[in-house]
Design a binder for this molecule. Structure first.
Ligand SMILES: C[S@@+](CC[C@H](N)C(=O)[O-])C[C@H]1O[C@@H](n2cnc3c(N)ncnc32)[C@H](O)[C@@H]1O
Length: 878
């Protein structure tokens, strides 16, 4: 024997061999490795022919032997080639898959099952690997292996994607047969592994009431758990197309969804088996975060069943684990089997994991437990791994009102969101930051519905709902509320809290922002307000429902909150009183400014109170878009024109900026067209009435002059703002170049400018000053034409009931007094009759009563229809 390079070692026996022997040995070994596929394909052959089941069907039991002809008689292939079958059986017997003995009497070879081939029985579901054989040898799987070398050489797409042009799970959603084979293979593995998990982790399930198997496939694992522990309610959560075909099991509910978006079931325990090995650390972090959010505090338990790669073959399955690592490499661009250090690193990753040591026990179970017999080797770590729990931050979730997310919003709105194409598209957004980017890029108002002809839930509310599904943490919420990029990101944060948070916590959340000065336009009308006013209105939008019989007490008990057209969750009256008292202490208005739409509704119940537009939407069947709301808009006094809020001079709130005109989104443009048509109609009527109204000619002329002056002022403002808009747009575009683009909107650049903070304090200051300086009835002179329409309505009122403003205090009884009542509301007195209206309840009661009165007076219908334009900033005592 020579020394050095010629010396080798027989890997089977460990015997030292000389150079020549070593070379031959190497050749044999490489051939053995190379030809391993022959074993796989031979296994597939006997499985597909049903040979193992035939052997198992011997009347004397599965240990009995059968000749080839006896086997052939039990398998349904009339043209079976006996010679070929005998060669396959001979090879597998050689590989110890079957027993093969020669019958002394007949000389025939007799075959029987072994402990190995018993795993290939199809009727022994709990201990069968037949589906695994069929998956591993499936042509689609084999094709992926043929792309292994290119995927290694080039990086990027995995072998499976290269072979099929789709990721594994996308491919399955299109290829039913492969999905079935894959699902059955997962299920068969589950049944096997679950035996061991249930045996060795038995007590771990005792304190679990609900468990979710995340990525549970057909539910084979969770059903094992609930069968062994009948007190547990099981949920099987997987992609919608996967659970759609899952069998029904008692005590197991299938839920479809995307684990990267949310795990939508709150549970005591989450079971994650063979999920994390499919994904990169970053993706695992998302899954783990979503799991944590779904877990119950205090006793939440995350049970991870995965392989642990070991450098040496210490156990029977260590080599198989390494093979699996390559399987991951082929089917997933970033999936891998991890060693212990890698697991620890992943599970310890700072903030993402956010697991509180006290809250969770993490169990890393190693698998490959293909038998329930404890005599077989396996590694299972059925106790918390202590050092995994170190350094995890305690991240609290927002204290919620406890309602399921699909009942936070009005049902019709929720249904429309869930069925909207846009919301479905949001599936692609996986992280909190991605949703924020989307808000930044797409949102330009925070009304619940789109405006104009293009009806459906608004972008803002679709994204709000997306956040609901993600269950934001306290830290994330702070990030939203203080976000520097766009007021709409902040507004959506406040809306999230208003809808989802426990009302008891609202003041604590809102209080720091109650005087926030950032300007933005919550509604699609472009009416500007400050964040502070908006936040206060989210509380104070609690309009009191009026009907003729209501006593003050009953009014209070019927407190209902509206947000634009939709209902807000009610805030209990004691809490609301506390808020009002806090605001009073801060010397802030305690009445809504109207920045979140008008809050007065009429009728005896919620349904009756809904504006017609919403009622129309209620008839939309699930899965369709909301109807064209412009048609319903005309009949909706609330929706048709958004009234301006009272301008709170003391705080500088309620400032309206003409710049909103330039921040119209596509859907807002539709609504503008509607509004423009309405205004045109109104102007026609004005002109007609002016012609007929000889007795008012002088006054009309004055009004026309005023109107001309207003128009000129408005044109001037438009010129200024166009210039301002263009210059700011150019600045902003430079800043924005580095931001990621999304392509929902055609005019995204245009819109982006307005979504960003582009406040111009000097401009808005001038504007508000000039607005308040422009006489007339209003504290403000709206740059949009609704304002002039309001003025013209007031003029019409004056025409009808007499304008006594110039004769104020002359004692004639024809009195028009423009002043502020004690609550800061403007009061106009019109006509001879006066009725004292209960102002202490709400200015809106006064308005509503006034409307009834006017109606009773036979007020002309065009005027009546336009009445709402005025009524939020003007109370009428008549
Ligand atoms: C390797 S299989 C494991 C199945 C099962 N846990 C088991 O052990 O048998 C991975 C599972 O994750 C599911 N899955 C993949 N992407 C998912 C997603 N985004 N949301 C939910 N499930 C997903 C697949 O459909 C598949 O059932």
């Amino acid at each position: 024997m020579t020394q050095g390079a010629d010396i080798g070692r027989d890997t089977t026996t460990g015997r030292v061999v000389n150079g020549e022997e070593a070379t031959v040995q190497g050749q044999a070994e490489i051939l053995q490795i190379l030809d391993n596929f022959v074993e796989s394909m031979a296994l597939k052959c006997v499985v597909e022919l049903g040979v193992t089941d035939a052997l198992n069907s011997h009347p004397h039991g599965h240990n009995s032997l059968m000749s080839l002809s006896q086997i052939a008689a039990r398998i349904p292939f009339p043209n079976l080639d006996m010679d070929r079958l005998s060669r396959v059986m001979r090879f597998l017997s050689c590989r110890k898959v079957f027993n093969a003995t020669v019958d002394k009497e007949s000389g025939e070879t007799m075959f029987g099952l072994t402990d190995t081939s018993k795993w290939l029985l199809t009727d022994n579901k709990s201990e069968s690997l037949v589906p695994a054989v069929l998956l591993a040898t499936h042509p689609c799987a084999m094709a992926a292996w043929n792309c292994l070398s290119t995927s290694v050489a080039e990086g990027g797409a995995c072998g499976f994607s290269r072979a099929h042009g789709l990721s594994l799970y996308d491919f399955q959603s299109k290829n039913y047969e492969y999905k079935r084979v894959f699902g059955e293979a997962m299920a068969c593995n589950s049944r096997v592994v679950m035996k061991a998990v249930l045996k060795y982790y038995k007590d771990g399930f005792n304190d679990v009431g609900t468990i979710v198997d995340v990525g549970g496939g057909s539910g084979a694992a969770v059903v094992e758990i609930v069968e062994a522990h009948p007190h547990i309610k099981g949920y099987n959560f997987d992609l919608p197309n996967v659970v759609a075909g899952a069998p029904k099991y008692p005590n197991v509910t299938h839920v479809g969804g995307d684990m990267f978006a949310t795990v939508p079931i709150n549970a005591d325990a989450i079971f994650l088996k063979w999920i994390l090995h499919n994904w990169s650390d970053e993706k695992c972090v998302q899954i783990l975060e979503n799991c944590r959010k779904a877990l119950a505090e205090e006793k939440g338990k995350l049970i991870i069943v995965e392989a642990v790669v070991r450098p040496e073959s210490e156990t029977l399955f260590d080599l198989e684990t390494q093979r699996y690592d390559l399987k991951m490499l082929v089917i997933s661009p970033s999936g891998k089997e991890r060693n212990e250090d890698e697991w620890k690193k992943l599970l310890k990753r700072g903030d993402h994991m956010s697991l509180a040591a006290a809250m969770f026990h993490i169990y890393l179970c190693l698998l490959w437990v293909y038998c329930s017999s404890s005599s077989l080797q396996f590694a299972l770590t059925p106790s918390p791994i202590p050092n995994l729990c170190q350094g995890f931050q305690v991240v609290m979730e927002i204290q919620t009102c406890g309602k399921p997310i699909d009942s936070l919003l009005e049902k019709v709105l929720c249904m429309n969101i869930l069925s909207s194409d846009y919301f479905k598209e949001l599936y692609r957004l996986k992280t909190y930051h991605e949703v924020i980017d989307e808000i930044y890029n797409q949102v330009d108002h925070v009304e619940p519905w789109m405006t104009g002809n293009c009806r459906g839930p608004s972008t803002a509310f679709c994204l709000l709902y997306k956040f609901f599904t993600m269950k934001l943490t306290v830290k994330q919420m702070h990030g939203l509320l203080k976000h520097p990029d766009s007021p709409y990101i902040r507004a959506i944060g406040f809306l999230y809290l208003r809808y989802a948070a426990d009302p008891k916590t609202l003041w604590t959340w809102f209080e720091p922002y109650i005087k926030d000065e950032e300007e933005f336009s919550p509604g699609s009308s472009g009416q500007m307000t400050t964040m502070g006013v908006y936040v206060r209105d989210l509380f104070l939008g609690q309009g009191l429902i009026l009907n003729r019989k209501s006593s003050f007490r009953s009014l209070l008990s019927k407190c209902t909150t509206y947000y634009f057209d939709t209902l807000f969750p009610r805030i209990p009256v004691p809490l609301l009183r506390q808020v009002v008292s806090n605001l009073e202490k801060m010397k802030l208005p305690t009445k809504t400014s109207g920045s979140t739409g008008d809050n007065s509704r009429h009728g005896s119940d919620d349904t009756a109170r809904r504006p017609p537009s919403v009622k129309a939407a209620l008839s939309v069947s699930f899965g369709q878009r909301a109807p064209h709301r412009a048609s319903t808009r005309d009949s909706s006094p609330v929706r048709r024109t958004l009234p301006p809020p009272p301008y709170d001079r003391s705080n500088g709130d309620g400032v309206r900026s003409p710049s909103h005109r330039h921040s119209q989104s596509r859907d807002r443009e539709y609504s503008d067209k509607d509004r423009e048509r309405e205004r045109e109609r109104g102007r026609d009527q004005d002109r007609g009435r002016d012609r007929d109204s000889h007795r008012q000619r002088d006054r009309s002329r004055d009004r026309d002059c005023d109107r001309d002056r207003n128009r000129e002022r408005e044109r001037e403002r438009e010129r200024r703002y166009d210039y301002d808009r263009r210059s700011r747009y150019l600045d902003k575009r430079d800043i924005d170049d580095s931001r990621r683009y999304r392509s929902r909107s055609r005019d995204i650049d245009e819109r982006r400018h307005y979504r960003s903070r582009s406040r111009s304090p000097s401009m808005s200051g001038n504007r508000s000053r000039s607005q308040s300086e422009q006489g007339g009835n209003s504290h403000y002179d709206p740059p949009q034409k609704e304002g002039s329409k309001a003025s013209s309505n007031l003029a019409k009122l004056k025409d009808l009931y007499g304008d006594t403003s110039d004769r104020k205090g002359d004692g004639s009884g024809y009195e028009r007094a423009v002043n502020r009542d004690s609550s800061g509301e403007e009061v106009i007195r019109l006509g001879k009759k006066r009725t004292l209206v209960e102002h202490s309840v709400s200015g809106h009661c006064a308005i509503a009563l006034a409307r009834l009165r006017l109606d009773g007076w036979g007020c002309k219908s065009p005027l009546y229809e336009d009445w709402h334009i005025m009524y939020t900033n003007v109370s009428v005592i008549c």
